[in-house]
Design a protein around this ligand. Sequence first.
Ligand code: HEM
Length: 480
Amino acid sequence: MQMPARCSRKTGEPPLINGWIPYLGKALLFRKDAFKFLLDQQKKLGDIFTVHIAGRYITFIMDPFQYVYVIRNSKQLEFHEFADKMASKTFDYPALSNVKFPDLKENLHRIYQYLQGKPLEIISDHMMKNLQDIFEWKCSQATDWETEKMYKFCCSVMFEASFVTLYGRVPAADGRKVISEIRDKFIKFDASFPYLAANIPIELLGTTKKVRKELIHHFLLQNMTKWLGGSKVVQARQDIFEKYELLGDYDKAAHHFAFLWASVGNTIPATFWAMYYLLRHPEALAAVRDEIDHLLQSTGQKRGPTYNIHLTREQLDNLVYLESALNESLRMCSSSMNIRISQEDFVLKLEGDQEVSLRKGDWIALYPQILHMDPEVYEDPKEYKFDRYIENGKKKTTFYKAGRKLKYFLMPFGSGISMCPGRFLAMNEMKMFLFLLLAHFDVELGENKAVRLDNSRMGLGILLPDTDIAFRYKLRSLRN
Ligand code: HEM
């Protein structure tokens, strides 16, 4: 729903920033560098303001102490309607209308239980096994120094391992090739993702429409039934779709494709950044490798391509240096905007008797990247400090701003009702990837160039690197 232009403010409404171009408002400036744009507005107008962006009125809440009032108000501030609309258009399935598909949304949400608790342990074990298979193959190739591009490497390993874990192994003789073809199409589609999210018609995006159709076709039931050993979560989604007669075969396949995107679209770049920052910081690399070697030794496990490494949930959880290094890279590369939509005209009560008047259809946005880069919360926020999330050898979970303890200090996975259901699996997957990489290989950068964040998907999740970078790896001697 697009809002008519607003000529006047009502009492209690925050300051409004209107662009001089009708309809577009401040869209161009926001798209160019949302982070800088928001900081500039905050300096001028304070912690709450409304921006007219491409026909929408978005009220930004910049003060992290106010986040909780937005996050816990899931009754008047809705999320799913917006997300479903965007996802159905991007991934080409029919909107999740409750009239046409009663309870489909709720049913799909219920099965996120397969990404938590005991089922999480099972799926994480499968992921570890699949990662090891790929690393074993990499090991056989890397008896001497082997050079590869880092993003390409992370993408190929994480895509294949995630695909096999979630959807199963493609049993044909050329099974790996089939997965790498899907991956290559996925990369092409993903490059257009920010444009699709910005509502640019897919017809204007070159071959994207064709690539998306081909990708979706891979997930037709007749193909998926051939894949072996997939996950419970995907099987449960399949079972649910079968109950809806009005969902066509293509629609179901499109849903599976959307889930694939959710499961790797952020994980791949996040894995890249975690690896990149570790290799850029030898002291971080040494500390994390020490922790890994120590865990292997203390559990009597050998490293080397032919040994199976098993990590329990507790062991993964207790890798505090690895986790801190991972969190630190997530802090630096994540940029997801948390959006809610006002369901009615109402006054949102905030801390300290503050209130904001909102109109039905207004968007409310939290932009945690500002918090992640706030020098009052994180000293030298542009610097990578691998042990930022460690205190006295344990996980550090208390962060302060202006002397007050923050409830929210790291939000790469969103918040409240829109929080990522795959967050525990994602953390495990990235830890396991780094664990195996450092257990098996000596690794170093192969080029001396700075890789920066590509800002074109600001607000949409993990930012991609602006360029790829070479790195070298070689099988570690079993003695050191
Ligand atoms: C580093 C990795 C990941 C990051 C940073 C991430 C981040 C996010 C964020 C921020 C959202 C909310 C989007 C919004 O507010 O519009 C989200 C949603 C979602 N994520 Fe993740 N995610 C990651 C990995 C995963 C994995 C591994 C899975 C599944 C295996 C997954 C499944 C999903 C799904 C299904 C949703 C949509 C939830 C819904 O229906 O409301 N994610 N993710």
